[in-house]
Design a protein around this ligand. Structure first.
Ligand code: AMP
Length: 187
């Protein structure tokens, strides 16, 4: 089972993805985590990605598509995968489809976690105080929202057309949100 978690910055994708991974036994793969690790290790990927990440911009598709292909070709995702933070553009979504098709598979569910914008800003301010991520500055945060609405939100229509999109209310307790997710995934 291949699941895409879609939602604006601060929607709780990471938290819900980790819980869902526990419940389903499927690996959760976050391109954000892979990129942060590459930056920390100063690999060529990290060197290419760093300035985009710090500004709250998407790392260019030309860089990310290769990473997606690599991830989805790996034996770790043979039984399925929870995609957290990718695809983020239509071009990436097409790369996901192509990579899964190569192994006779496809995207099964797209969970769009919906949270009102004021709540998102509030959550992200809290997170920046706690985690000190270099892209949680107010300027980068504003940029990441703008980037989400411009470049990633078109995926809502893309997956709705394929009848894969399910909207999950992303407010309430972590457990209540998880309930919404599992009811879709287990249906
Ligand atoms: P995240 O942890 O998912 O919020 O990602 C943090 C940052 O990493 C983003 O603001 C982007 O700069 C970069 N990033 C992560 N995933 C992607 C992706 N699929 N495409 C482009 N950039 C990404």
């Amino acid at each position: 089972m291949n699941i895409v978690l879609l939602g604006p910055p601060g929607s709780g994708k990471g938290t819900q993805g980790a819980l869902l991974a526990e419940r389903t036994g499927l690996p959760r793969i976050s391109t954000g985590d892979l990129l942060r690790s590459a930056v920390a290790r100063q690999t060529p990927l990290g060197q290419k990605a760093r300035s985009f990440m710090d500004q709250g911009l998407l790392v260019p598709d030309a860089v990310i598509v290769g990473l997606i292909e690599e991830v989805l070709a790996s034996d770790d995702v043979e039984r399925g995968v929870i995609m957290d933070g990718f695809p983020r553009t239509v071009r990436q979504a097409e790369a996901v489809d192509r990579s899964l098709a190569l192994r006779g598979s496809q995207v099964d569910h797209v969970l769009y976690i919906e949270v009102p914008e004021e709540e998102l800003v509030r959550r992200m301010m809290g997170r920046s105080a706690k985690e000190g991520r270099s892209d949680d500055t107010p300027a980068a945060m504003r940029k990441r929202f703008a980037v989400f609405w411009k470049q990633t939100a078109p995926l809502v229509a893309f997956y709705r057309k394929k009848e894969l999109l399910r909207e999950i209310p992303g407010t309430g307790t972590i457990e209540a949100i998880m309930q919404g997710i599992t009811s879709v995934v287990e249906s």
